[in-house]
Write a protein that binds this ligand. Sequence first.
Ligand code: SF4
Length: 382
Amino acid sequence: MKELLPDWKATSLEERLELCRELVEDTEFPTVNRWKEQGGRVLGHFQVYFPEEIAHAAGLLPVKVRGSQLETRRAESHFGSYLCSILKTSLEAALSSKLPLDFFVSHPICDAARNLAAIWGRNVSYPCQVLYLPQNARSAAAPEYLREEYLRLAQDLGGVDAAALRESIAVYNRGRELLEELYSLKRESPWLVPVDEAYVLVALAGLIGRPEYNRFLESTLELIKERPARKTDKVRVVWEGGFCEQPPLDMLRAVARSCYVVDDDLLIGLRFILGPVPLDGDPWHNLARAYVEQSSYSPVQRDALRPKEAMLLKRLRGCGAEAAILAAAKMCEPGLDEQVAYSKALDEEGVAYFVSEFEERMTSFDQVQIQLETFVENLLFD
Ligand code: SF4
């Protein structure tokens, strides 16, 4: 397969960031269509986590289905009006044929998304299915159960042998290392890479093949490190609430004007496994075990030993943040529920926080920017 990105090797950092921005916001999904034109097959997976290694090993392009800026002309009639936007704009991308898929996978992450694969499947001609991640990650049977679930998925994709999966895991391990390097830059020198720029760099991973992505990110990280940017007087914050529906890029840009977002859960599914997945032994077991034992957290995954409030406090301390932005997508029940639990935990710990709601197709951010600036001023001059 030819590369999906236009030739970027001789381009500047600014040009690369612009390229990422355009691709991430493009409702025509040019990289995915390019892959299809070359005869490739595409697997779309809905939020939050999906083991892309399996699709890659089966020869498909895994694409993260994370909503879009499309008008929901066709999809609106398939859902109640009280549901979040990402379900509708994701389906719209498929029904309008702008996002050409050969396979779609979703997970029962919430009551609203529970029926997504069934609704999707009734309206397209390709297979749609649900991947059931373990509900109780602390059960001793969870890794074995998940291994079987992965094998079932691989069978439906046409079969994947262990050697191919091992190779794929190695590619994704390199990707994990590079994404961690990007986040480490955000923590150590956040003036080098504002949240909106880091966001588009991460989101690109859901639109092109991982080997190509790794080459792009590896080279781009070097340019970021050489950037002549200077530290300014901004508050270090954690953004929490970007695990499923994504905030508009302009909202992140507005946040970046007054804050350094030193850690976040934006597109957390692409960074869900922490550290390398072992390559020795059974790769199916290793991948399943990594999900259970070496993963991040989100409001739609339950883990009795790692309450999400404690995980947020760990995230805040790990990156030296002074405050948190507790965001939630409109109509997102898990996100709004967790906002309450997070606020309570932060109150108890005396950590300042800013509460906000967003929708992926919002266009005005003046209000949120003014409120956030007031919040930051209070912190700086308190
Ligand atoms: S945004 Fe919230 S309600 Fe909507 S699909 Fe995602 S988790 Fe479910």
